[in-house]
Design a protein around this ligand. Structure first.
Ligand SMILES: C[S@@+](CC[C@H](N)C(=O)[O-])C[C@H]1O[C@@H](n2cnc3c(N)ncnc32)[C@H](O)[C@@H]1O
Length: 455
């Protein structure tokens, strides 16, 4: 690979006798990986691929998965570069926490966090770029999250809405992306010798706003996919100097990870607690990760949290739908209507004004004239809900994702029913005797074959 000459000179000076091995790694093949969603069943096709486990993640494996496969579309697997998986492991939230993923699209780390929150607490997952937020929405929906709010905001606006609110914040910062060069050589076109310093200026702005959202005792996880010391050790050194209420916590170094390098910043030996992942030392593209605890003593305001906001007629339709669909009371959600859409908003979510919210919670369905139509998102989030379900074969699933009406092998219970394939909820169908009317979202339909959908 033709790396920029100034990049080579810079890392020769920084890495000394390790530089040759580091630079040679750019000519090695890209390492692929995938994560299994621990909140969904494991299919036999997944089992067959789960042969090369990643040492630092109980849910991560080396290997490649197909984005059109049942398991991916149903949120049972997520394709993720192996070194990026260290971030979700280091950030691992506790149940019931209030978590912010500040720079989240397309959702690799967000889906990792969701795996560990297990439908509890609140995940506010934010993407500043309106073009990238849609992919984040799709991945959160596939993962079946009932505890996520998706925003499309600047860090400064979020900081006003969530003063000292979050127990855990992940800043997977926009960076110079040097760890992406091997996977995506186009990433090199933005690189010049000044680019890391430009990225660092933006990262300092992001972190300045992040500090305002930290709850005392909470954790900040900062990561990049670049090797540039300006954006890694020097960023953490700056944070520790500017905000002495932060302390680094040690990250266990496994499978080739190494201590971060104090000598690449201000020499503060504490910086060794952060981790570096280099492609010549481990199986992955490269990352930097630091975990900090916030010891500030800020007064935490009790923010008013969301409440149900249904008109009596909407309440009546929803109650009817609950009876017909056999939908249980949904745990930890406030019911809110936006236009003709009913959402379940995580009840730990504060009332916010003037925030650009892409999705206020899980979309439960649509109010039609005198009836309620349940949503695709509700079906995908129904693993642990007692909704009516019927199992379909993979041949029937291929018809379903193509938008066809198909017949069940035996007559089922009439009405809206969650279809499951290999144990995974895949969407709603409306059963009339043996026939299944198709409710797979029109925008997601495709011509599925054994070849293009095998995991
Ligand atoms: C490294 S990527 C995030 C990858 C994501 N965490 C994942 O695991 O899939 C960084 C993200 O930060 C966003 N971003 C760019 N400028 C930003 C800013 N000033 N504040 C917050 N986010 C920003 C980018 O649009 C990009 O989606």
């Amino acid at each position: 690979m033709q790396l920029p000459a100034e990049f080579i000179t810079k890392y020769q000076a920084l890495l000394g006798d390790q530089a040759a091995a580091f630079l040679a790694a750019f000519d090695e093949p890209v390492e692929k990986g995938f994560r299994v969603n621990p909140n969904k069943p494991v299919t036999s096709a997944m089992q067959a691929k789960m042969t090369d486990p990643i040492a630092y993640s109980k849910i991560g494996y080396y290997g490649k998965v197909n984005g059109n496969a049942l398991e991916h579309l149903a949120g049972a697997v997520y394709s993720q570069e192996p070194s990026a998986m260290t971030v979700g492991e280091v950030a691992r939230p506790e149940l019931n926490e209030r978590v912010l993923d500040l720079c989240a699209a397309p959702g690799g780390k967000t889906t990792h966090l969701l795996s560990y929150l297990k439908q509890t607490g609140l995940l506010v997952t934010n993407e500043i770029n309106p073009k990238r937020v849609t992919a984040l929405g799709d991945n959160v929906e596939r993962y079946g999250a009932r505890n996520a709010v998706i925003t499309n905001e600047t860090p400064a606006h979020l900081a006003k809405a969530f003063p000292h609110f979050f127990d855990r914040i992940l800043v997977d910062a926009p960076c110079s992306g040097e760890g992406m060069f091997r996977k995506d050589p186009d990433a090199m076109q933005y690189w010049n010798v000044d680019y890391p310093a430009e990225c660092a200026a933006r990262q300092r702005e992001i972190l300045t706003e992040t500090v305002k959202m930290m709850r005392p005792g909470g954790h900040l996880i900062y990561s990049t996919c670049t090797f540039a010391p300006e954006e890694d050790e020097q960023m953490i050194a700056w944070l520790l100097k500017t905000y002495p209420d932060f302390e680094l916590e040690p990250i266990e170094k496994v499978a080739g990870m190494v201590d971060a390098k104090p000598e690449w910043a201000d020499g503060n030996p504490e910086l060794k607690k952060a981790a570096r992942l280099f492609p010549h030392l481990m199986r992955g593209e490269g990352h930097f990760i630091a975990k900090l605890v916030y010891r500030g003593a800020d007064k935490v305001k009790d923010l008013r949290t969301v409440r149900d906001s249904l008109k009596p007629s909407e309440r009546q339709l929803w109650t009817q739908a609950q009876q017909q669909l056999n939908v249980p009371e949904l745990p930890n959600l406030a019911l809110q209507v936006h236009g003709d859409q009913l959402y379940g908003v995580p009840e730990m979510m504060p009332v916010t004004r003037r925030l650009k919210v892409f999705r206020p919670g899980i979309q439960l369905g649509t109010f039609k004239k005198k009836r309620f139509e349940p949503s695709y998102a509700l079906a995908l989030a129904s693993d642990d809900l007692a909704l009516p379900k019927v199992a379909i074969t993979s041949a029937q699933w291929q018809k379903y994702v193509h938008g066809e009406t198909f017949d069940l092998d035996q007559a089922g219970q009439n009405g809206f029913t969650v279809l499951t394939c290999a144990g995974l909820p895949v969407g709603f169908g409306k059963v009339v005797k043996r026939t299944v009317k198709n409710f797979f979202p029109k925008g997601l339909r495709f011509l599925a074959t054994d070849d293009n959908t095998s995991l």
